[in-house]
Design a protein around this ligand. Sequence first.
Ligand SMILES: Nc1nc2c(c(=O)[nH]1)N[C@H]1C(S)=C(S)[C@@H](COP(=O)(O)OP(=O)(O)OC[C@H]3O[C@@H](n4cnc5c(N)ncnc54)[C@H](O)[C@@H]3O)O[C@H]1N2
Ligand code: MOO
Ligand code: MG
Length: 421
Amino acid sequence: MLEKRSPISVGEAVRRVMNYNIIGQTEYIPINQAYGRYLSEDLIATSDVPHFDRAPYDGFAIRSVDSQMASQINPITFEVIDEIGAGMVTTKKLAAFQAVRIMTGAMMPEGADTVVMLELAKDSKENEKSFMTVKRPFRKGDNVSFTGEDAKEGEVLVKKGAFINPGIQAMLATFGYAEVPVAKKPRIGLFATGTELLDVGDSLVPGKIRNSNSYMIAAQIMRIGGEVVYFGKLLDDFNACYEAIKASLEKVDILLTTGGVSVGDYDYLPAIYEKLGAEVLFNKVGMRPGSVTTVAQLHGKLLFGLSGNPSACYVGFELFVRPIVRGMLFSSQPHLSKEESILEVDFPKANPFMRFVRSYAYIENGQMKVVPSGLDKSNIVMSLAGANSLMILPGGTRGFMKGTKVEVLLLEDHTGSEWPW
Ligand SMILES: Nc1nc2c(c(=O)[nH]1)N[C@H]1C(S)=C(S)[C@@H](COP(=O)(O)OP(=O)(O)OC[C@H]3O[C@@H](n4cnc5c(N)ncnc54)[C@H](O)[C@@H]3O)O[C@H]1N2
Ligand code: MOO
Ligand SMILES: [Mg+2]
């Protein structure tokens, strides 16, 4: 007699998984490898930026007070006592009506409190001496890039868990992080199960299909910042699957399988969890696709039995695997980010369960809109290519009309959300 599975809600399923929040680990990597990784510590300013007052323009550093009486009819002339480019420092201190010719980025001379742009000064020479003349007053602090105006020493600039983007790379370099503390990539083991599976290079034969899930999941793992540990594909053979899965567990932080979790005669994952002594957290979720997604834990290590059906597998990964992995990458917003959107076509399919429709979301005239990215069946592969979101259609008996407000989960967004359920 077939065991009856009782579905739990998506939110409850995610909660059960997140109870096994695994603490991520830190490693230090050279800054030139840090792009695309996740900070494992807050990024703190190790100095003021800039750490000295500097010129933001090419021009002349002067004491503003000396320019106060300058006008078209009363030009004021300054003696130019030195010339400095970026990286150079003058030892001279400005006295009244003296100027230092200064280039963008150079440190302001002592006594100077403003910079006259080259375009606003007229230079001249007399008896081997250099002079420059202005015809308007300049205010104290005009054209000075002040110490600490960009960042103050000790300030927390970026929180741990942030995706290291090009801007963060610039910050890391600014503050001297030659080695960057990043989250170690969680090692995610992956098996595809199914006697029907061919390798990518194999020719098609009746009854068999090419294994596409492995490549899809591997890319999903990489997209969220994990490391793929691919163990290959397994035939639907209980002992072979059991031994392979058992042996792989110690090599990874998390183990994923695809296929073999439903109620078919060759769906061995439930029996394998039992023989391993793993505790099944759930084996049925009130959602489509991915209702058969099964998650088990063994000594605190999570085993995700994702569906074999490609779209169901994809959705199960994004809802359940993603947040655990992003948590290990120190994110405080590990779930997919959720936004409100307008459904742009009718979706007549009725459904008792919450449905996650692979969709394309786009902005038009400031409004997010969404359309399914293809056929909505869980065995479908092609709708995944154009999907940048999952439209959430609540369970109910009716379909949905064009113009309905719907929520979407964004697949390509780095920000994430704290809890979308
Ligand atoms: N009597 C019932 N039958 C099914 C139920 C049910 O509740 N009662 N649930 C259906 C639903 S919903 C889903 S989803 C599937 C889940 O099946 P499994 O997770 O056990 O996966 P398999 O049976 O191994 O394969 C399903 C399907 O996917 C293809 N597949 C498998 N692996 C791959 C791969 N690596 N790449 C591409 N395609 C793959 C496989 O050939 C099958 O067509 O069960 C329903 N049945
Ligand atoms: O549980 Mo299945 O994934 O809906 O097609
Ligand atoms: Mg099956």
